[in-house]
Design a protein around this ligand. Structure first.
Ligand code: FAD
Length: 389
């Protein structure tokens, strides 16, 4: 029964749709069912933090409806349904959604591309309904509605996403305050000098920074909120963005016996610990790497498509620098491996920073470039070792 069943892909984000595009290059006909908790609209998630700069609202960012994608990809796409359990021995899924309620679905092979969940802070106060996490197009639509006619936006979190939204919202004419616990921006990603350059350019653009502290309370005041920080500071805002991190979704795979760690554990062939179940995208830990970016998931989609048509293929991650979309201070970074020995060597002049992480024998293992030096990213990318070297 199971081998005549469709391939089931859970998730219609960039991982799910990229996989189907790749699969259809090799195999136009094998039945595929895609399941998604959202409305299945195809869009490019990185564009969510460029909406004001590029003058595009949620409709402007939508590329194709689920119906169009179903035709393009020759797949059945079921929207607004959620996988609640996996019975791996029987190759079955339990899915819920309106109006059909709970349903069972048999799969031949199951691909988990169900992404990551925004981390929600447990804050005191009665203003929580003005706090928005933006992790998909539907979130973005709700956020754009909330900021329509508003003036002041507070952003919790100064990571890549918090900084990108800060720049974009300033470009949209909003007053922006960023609150974050670390004393510098993008602490896990950028070396100090590059982080200081981005912060200083964002400040010059008018972004207010409240670093080294956290939001403790969000209280409703009229149509807006008042934020109370641990430092005692008070900030008034109309809308709050929570950009404090994403956690790869592991349930209900974990309950079904699939091995998980920081995310769903897969090898370089994207195989989980359970036969016929695969994972890619933000929910996957590939050979020890959790890389929640587009280039890694595209590489995984190409490899997994071949595996699904019978040509078992391992992914190879090359050099994949991260571009930070802060147009006030163009930035690219390729962090060194977490356990690498060495030191940052920095050339810096105002907003222009060129930092190379060198090993004790002088090998460049990572880099960060900002401002005018950002154009050097390609030359530097040729010097560093690939992730899978
Ligand atoms: P998602 O797009 O989150 O898709 C998950 C899918 O699974 C959705 O369809 C969802 O409905 C579905 N789903 C979830 N749970 C269930 C369930 N139980 N049952 C059924 N369906 C379910 N990366 C870059 O490389 N460069 C950038 O510049 C960049 N900018 C970014 C800017 C922002 C604002 C954000 C939020 C991310 C950015 N990223 C960037 C990261 C990149 O966009 C993500 O790594 C990528 O889009 C993840 O795709 P995904 O398909 O794995 O997950």
């Amino acid at each position: 029964m199971a081998d005549q069943a469709p391939i089931v892909v859970v998730g219609t984000g960039l991982a799910g749709y990229s996989l189907l595009r790749e699969l259809r290059k090799h195999d136009p006909d094998t039945p595929v069912v895609m399941l998604t908790a959202d409305d299945g609209t195809s869009y490019s998630k990185p564009m969510l933090s460029t909406g004001f700069t590029k003058n595009k609202d949620a409709d402007g960012l939508a590329q194709a409806s689920a119906e169009n994608m179903a035709v393009q990809l020759n797949a059945e796409i079921r929207t607004h349904v959620r996988v609640v359990s996996i019975e791996a021995d029987r190759h079955e899924l339990v899915v819920t959604g309106e109006p059909a309620g709970e349903q069972r679905l048999v799969y031949s092979k199951l691909v988990l591309a169900w992404g990551a969940e925004p981390v929600h802070l447990n804050l005191a106060g009665d203003g929580q309904d003005r706090v928005y996490s933006i992790n998909d197009l539907m979130d973005y639509r709700a956020f754009r509605k909330a900021v329509d006619g508003a003036r002041r936006v507070a952003i919790m979190g100064a990571g890549l996403i918090g900084c990108e939204f800060a720049n974009d919202l300033r470009n949209g004419g909003y007053e922006v305050d960023v609150i974050a616990p670390d004393h510098r921006v993008m602490p896990g990603l950028l070396p100090e000098a590059a982080a200081a350059a981005v912060r200083s350019e964002l400040s010059a653009l008018g972004v207010g920074f409240h670093l080294g502290t956290v939001v403790e309370r969000v209280d409703a005041v009229g149509d807006g909120v008042n934020l109370t920080l641990a430092s005692g500071e008070q900030i008034a805002a109309d809308v709050v963005i929570s950009a404090v991190g994403l956690r790869p979704r592991t349930e209900p795979a974990e309950e079904a016996g699939v091995q998980t760690n920081r995310a769903i554990v897969v090898n370089r062939a994207l195989e989980t610990s359970v036969p016929d179940i695969y994972a890619l995208g933000d929910c996957a830990e590939v050979d020890g790497h959790v890389l929640m970016y587009v280039l890694p998931l595209m590489a995984c989609a190409r490899a997994l498509a071949k595996t699904l048509v019978g040509e078992r293929t391992e992914v190879r991650y090359g050099v994949m620098p991260v571009m930070v979309k802060t147009p006030c201070c163009p930035t690219a970074v390729y962090p060194p491996p977490a356990d690498a020995e060495g030191q940052w060597q920095v050339e810096s002049e105002g907003r222009d920073v060129r930092a190379e992480f060198r090993s004790p024998v002088g090998e460049t293992l990572g880099f960060a470039v900002t401002g005018d030096y950002a154009v050097e990213k390609q030359a530097l990318a040729r010097k560093v070792p690939a992730i899978h070297s």
